[in-house]
Ligand binder design. Sequence first.
Ligand code: F0G
Length: 417
Amino acid sequence: MSAFPPLTWQVCASCGSEIPETDPHPRCPRCRGLLELRHQPPAQGGNALRATFDARWGVRRGVLASGVWRYREAVLPTADEHILSYPEGNTPLLASAAVARWAGAPELLLKHEGQNPTGSFKDRGMTVGVTQARRVQARAVACASTGNTAAALAAYAALAGLPALVLVPKGQVALGKLAQALAYGARTLLVHGNFDDCLELADQASERLGVYLLNSVNPFRLEGQKTIVLELLQQLGWEPPDWIVVPAGNLGNTAAFGKALVEARELGLISRLPRLAAIQAAGAAPFYHSFRAGFKRRFRVRAETVATAIRIGDPVSYDRAVRAIKQTRGVVAAVSDREILAAKAVIDGAGIGCEPASAASLAGLRQLVRRGIVGPRDSVVAVLTGHLLKDPHATRTAPIAIAPRIAEVERVLKGMK
Ligand code: F0G
């Protein structure tokens, strides 16, 4: 390590080894445990740091215009000329009376991460991941994906001029995502297997074939995803909500959110921790089963759900996510495919729109309100993780074909309320 103590370094969550931030191994080189990043706290804290972030809010050009790099002190303070930004982030916090009513939570806001450049929150992790790939002089980047990570990786690799390889489960990826990966020029492999098989393969490829792995195993991805939380806190004037609700698949976001919240409190950005609610699809709910067992057992399942983005049976960030739930006095819930599609219809019908996995957060919130876990006056931010157009087959209504006659139009109009 050049400077001591370094500004940023990696720590293995399993064996505690400390390794330099530019070590390209996706896991701990000693024990293969998951790595996480640590940064020296910036000189500023509390009010001064909040003021720095607030002053950057109006920046229109350059890396500080990004809703990720605005928080660079908390994300990756050491990345300078290598930063590759679209820019991304700066997603809205939306209020909808219809959606709030359906959930039974009047103080509900929706953080729409589908409004990132490639249509999902993955861009926030990918800007940091590909920046790091440049810093370690990676020759190629790769990931396994249920679709959105592949789309984001393909776009950011293209921006960086790096070859990209993506592995997706054949027949299980929504059309919009596949189209993006192909259009941005990633070598796209349709694997006869599920997401968990793809991840195993991507892991081996990174070990044996020397490509830089950009799944959420990669701790740099999670540093970027922390900014979903930092940005929503800033949008709320640094007054935290009572709850943050997020769909949960591979558990990268759950882990990143917990880390963001604990660090935000340590840095004096907030004085109180919101509670996290991680929502799984009932057919892909190993983390929910573990939660119900008091996290004494780790479950693995064969996953099945309409929400293909979260069709994951063996989430990689399991241990990190357990810590996030414990640290925030969080909860984990599971919702059926019917509940997910009902929630999606409400979000779509309100003019907001999202892909099925995103709607799990609203379905889960409604369940938690009904069970009395979220109070009717609690303030809640639910994260919508992906754009409506990602999965064009998942809408519930169909168009009506007519002959080109006004009488036909009139007939349809009469049938409308
Ligand atoms: N929502 C969407 C739209 C996603 O694409 C994903 C994950 C999640 C939620 C779950 O987030 O894994 O951090 O718990 N998609 C990954 C992918 C697995 O490959 O695109 P998580």
